[in-house]
Ligand binder design. Structure first.
Ligand code: GH3
Ligand code: MG
Ligand code: MG
Ligand code: MG
Length: 309
């Protein structure tokens, strides 16, 4: 674990550094408050800081105050060192956001115990953050394929539409539904069906450029959002690449299943459609692709009725 030591007094600083290094901590040293603040602003800054109260330039309390004013940064646990033992000073330190304090001079065991307490709190906090991140992933991703889920892709769609509007670009909405998928389950079993869904999802993800998002809407239906699509032809080209790619996928096994996909795609020009309208338009095109024989791409929209198969 990395620990910042900010102490202007050289003897005290060296002593702290020697103890912490001996106890297995990785130490970052600052000779005054400004230097400490610079270290704490870096990416991957230490999460535990020992700050001397009295330092030239910027005092430990001020560093602490600045730390607590920042939003969206990992929490830094602050152990304040002070030689002032007046009650009012300690209150001021804690009010500034210090988590703990030690009054100088202190002995090594005391310091060690306080560091352990800090580390314990940081560990608990890390567990909470990991649990929160895991919940966030669960809430926004499909567990089988790892793609975005239905709710998440609608949020992304709204965000991307706003961005497209600002930048006056257009956005492509691609709906893809596997053909006769029920037969795959019926013929090869549900596990093979799952395997096919996972492989199709992986293929979709591979086909995407950096500015595309892919979701499993449910069952055997997928949605891809493609940002900055210059023309209907470009969108059709992308959709066709997906359709042909799915057709060529091989899933292993002796009587290996083959699968095709029907695609409906719509391009949303700036100011033209709401999120719902863009989805409906792509969905209607998908319906037409199914109706007209499956394994084909249909472009939706009043002006574009291109079809490929
Ligand atoms: P169409 O070409 O008209 O789309 O026919 P289809 O058989 O693909 O469509 P239908 O809606 O009749 O059936 C979809 C099937 O997808 C039925 C359901 O059992 C299967 N399915 C849905 N979710 C899963 C899943 O998570 N795993 C597996 N293995 N199958 C699933
Ligand atoms: Mg000092
Ligand atoms: Mg289907
Ligand atoms: Mg379906």
């Amino acid at each position: 674990m990395r620990v910042l030591i900010a102490e202007d007094e050289p003897v005290s600083r060296h002593m702290l550094e020697a103890f912490l290094t001996k106890w297995g901590y990785e130490v970052v040293v600052a000779g005054d408050g400004r230097e400490a603040w610079q270290v704490l602003q870096q990416d991957d800054a230490p999460k535990l800081a020992i700050l001397d109260w009295m330092m030239p330039g910027m005092e430990g309390v001020q560093v602490c105050q600045r730390l607590r004013e920042r939003a969206d940064h990992p929490y830094v646990y602050v152990l304040m060192l002070t030689s002032r033992d007046r009650k009012q000073d300690l209150v001021e330190g804690i009010e500034a956001g210090a988590d703990d304090y030690l009054i100088k001079p202190f002995d090594a065991h005391e310091l060690m115990a306080h560091l352990h307490a800090g580390k314990r709190i940081l560990d608990v906090q890390q567990e909470l953050i990991s649990a929160r991140d895991a919940l966030r992933v669960q809430a926004t991703h499909d567990p089988l394929t790892g793609l975005w889920n239905h709710a998440a892709i609608f949020d992304i769609l709204r965000r991307e539409l706003e961005r497209a509007q600002r930048q006056r670009t257009s956005l492509g909405v691609v709906m893809a539904d596997l053909d006769h998928f029920k037969q795959i389950n019926d013929t090869f079993g549900h596990d093979t069906g799952d395997h096919v869904l996972i492989q199709v999802a992986a293929f979709l993800q591979e086909s995407l450029s950096g500015s595309a998002f892919c979701a499993r809407l449910g069952g055997e239906e997928f949605c891809v959002l493609v940002s900055d699509v210059a023309s209907d032809d470009e969108l059709l080209l992308f959709a066709e690449r997906v359709r042909r790619g799915v057709r060529e996928l091989r899933f292993g096994g002796r009587d290996q299943p083959r699968v095709t996909v029907s695609i409906g795609a719509a391009r949303r020009l700036a100011h033209e459609l709401t999120a719902r309208e863009a989805i409906v338009r792509a969905d209607q095109a998908l319906y037409c692709a199914k109706r007209d024989g499956r394994d084909r791409t249909q472009l939706g929209g009043p002006e574009a009725m291109a079809v490929a198969s």
